[in-house]
Design a protein around this ligand. Structure first.
Ligand code: FAD
Length: 479
């Protein structure tokens, strides 16, 4: 009656993880992909962007090498070699995925899928059509870049991330429309490679989901690296002038323009589900994406969804988390739920920005009065040793010290984050970081510093000081 127990649409992170989980629980699984297995993360997202950022960091260190007592003669940046390394990195990562797929019982089907009834998919591939029937489905179709409604944009060629990573030559100049985390990461990388970079950001700060002082610190760093950054911008028009592209924008009622060889769109993403014919299957969608409950079940009881297509937390690790929940729930009646309480993410600029749990405003809204502890990298021994002594950590806690969230801008902030994640998950007190040994000299000691402030505040409390005074008076008499 059914060809498969579970058919998964999309072989990005969410689809792969949910398929592996369903397969490991004994289901007969089909994994349908119309493009390349691995999805956005591998082909046009995390992997290529972080690989370029690594090369940009190495180049930056080469330029700073004298500072470390190392003299480098005539260093050269070779874009084709950077792209070759990117191909190697992708291959290495794909190898693991391929091996796992080969070992599994998952049947891979190449093609573009859409529902023709609640249990049947029509899959088109290279002019051929195949029908697949499944008892249950998992939708993991990802997201696509938003093209803002700007006059002239559609007629003027522009780049998206995929095209940016595949460019045979390093662009001489780039205007980024959008200064969110991904825009900032790539603007910095290309700026370091020598591309003249302009960033046009709509709102009052870069990286709008971060605390204003974090965004301000990043802005200073990027401007110091000669990136031209405009905030509070309304981009009104785009036109081609000869071989160049001109972007007109307004700031404070004044019209200005910038010109560059290429326009790079970094204006956000939208969930992808058009053409899937979801109405036929009874799946409800909204502006944010495919609607699901906490168990990642859609309005159709036999269909689950996970990853970017749901609009919930658009990160690879979030796609993995939701994929596990969807994969398990599609096979077993166990009702697993997603837990976004300790959601965390990293913006891989240099320095990195880590965001864990509640922001300052979210913490205030949930807990009323809160405490904020700030520790700076400039006095942290390891940061000084590394020559990376900038940035700071902000930790938000309840009045009694329970860790609610943190934002860190500083060297390897992303590697420090898991300690905060564990504390927030376990309801730990910030003072516990003061009582715990952190190996010296490490960057993670920044949290020990923040914890020590809370510990010291407890020691300084009037009641404790009065008690100590009394103790020192009485102790000699007690012998
Ligand atoms: C430049 C950039 C950098 C990023 N960096 C990070 C980062 O550092 N860390 C992080 O956590 N996240 C990062 N992200 C986000 C991350 O890439 C995504 O959140 C994640 O890849 C989403 O996975 P997914 O499985 O939901 O979707 P996708 O990986 O997009 O997979 C969806 C798949 O479904 C397929 N598909 C769609 N429709 C159909 C159909 N009808 N039939 C068959 N197949 C279909 C698509 O071809 C695609 O392969 C970055 C994104 C970008 C663009």
């Amino acid at each position: 009656m059914f060809d498969f127990d579970v058919a998964v649409l999309g072989a990005g992170t969410a689809g792969l993880v949910s398929a592996f989980v369903a397969d490991s629980l004994g289901a007969r699984v089909a994994l349908i992909e119309r493009d390349k297995v691995g999805g956005e993360c591998l082909w046009r997202g995390c992997v290529p962007s972080k690989t370029l950022l690594r090369s940009a960091k190495v180049w930056e260190l080469v330029k700073r090498s004298e500072e470390f007592g190392v003299h480098v003669e005539k260093p050269r940046l070779v874009w084709s070699a950077i792209r070759l390394r990117l191909a190697d990195v992708r291959d290495e990562i794909r190898k693991g995925e391929r091996e796992q797929l080969a070992k599994s019982g998952i049947e891979q089907i190449a093609g573009d899928a859409r529902f023709i009834d609640a249990h049947t998919l029509e899959i088109q591939s290279k002019g051929e059509t195949r029908r697949v029937r499944a008892r249950k489905f998992i939708l993991a179709t990802g997201s696509s870049p938003v093209t803002p409604d700007i006059e002239g944009l559609k007629e003027t060629e522009f780049l998206n991330y995929e095209a940016l990573f595949e460019r045979p030559n390093l662009p001489k100049s780039l205007v980024f429309i959008g200064g969110g985390p991904l825009g900032c990461e790539m603007a910095q990388a290309f700026g370091r490679f020598g591309t003249r970079v302009v960033v046009l950001q709509r709102g009052p700060q870069l990286v709008p989901h971060e605390e204003p002082e974090i965004a301000e610190h990043l802005l200073k760093i990027l401007r110091a690296e000669n990136l031209e950054i405009h905030l509070n911008v309304h981009v009104s028009r785009v036109e081609k002038v000869g071989e160049r592209k001109r972007v007109h924008f307004e700031v404070d009622g004044q019209t200005q323009f910038v010109e560059a060889g290429e326009i790079m769109l970094a204006a956000g993403k939208k969930p992808r589900f058009e053409g899937l014919n979801l109405e036929t299957a009874g799946v409800k969608t909204g502006e944010a994406g495919i609607e699901t409950d906490e168990r990642m079940r859609t309005s159709a009881p036999h269909i689950w969804a996970c990853g970017d297509c749901t609009g919930q937390q658009r990160f690879t690790h979030a796609a993995e988390h939701a994929g596990k929940v969807a994969g398990a729930n599609a096979v077993l009646p166990i009702g697993l739920k997603v837990n976004w309480e300790t959601l965390n993410w990293v913006t891989f600029t240099d320095p990195e920005i880590a965001h864990i749990g509640l922001s300052r405003d979210e913490a205030k809204a949930a807990w009323g009065e809160i405490e904020t502890y700030r520790a700076d990298f400039k006095t942290l021994d390891r940061a000084i040793i590394e020559g990376e002594a900038g940035g700071f950590a902000l930790v938000f806690t309840t009045k009694s010290g329970r860790v609610l969230g943190a934002q860190i801008i500083g060297p390897s902030a992303g590697e420090i984050a898991p300690t905060v994640v564990a504390a927030a998950r376990d309801g730990a007190l910030i003072q516990e970081w003061a009582e715990t040994m952190f190996a010296y000299p490490t960057l993670g000691e920044i949290l020990h510093r923040a914890g020590t402030q809370a510990y010291q505040a407890q020691l300084d409390s009037k009641v404790l000081q009065a008690g100590l005074k009394l103790w020192h008076k009485l102790e000699p008499k007690l012998g």
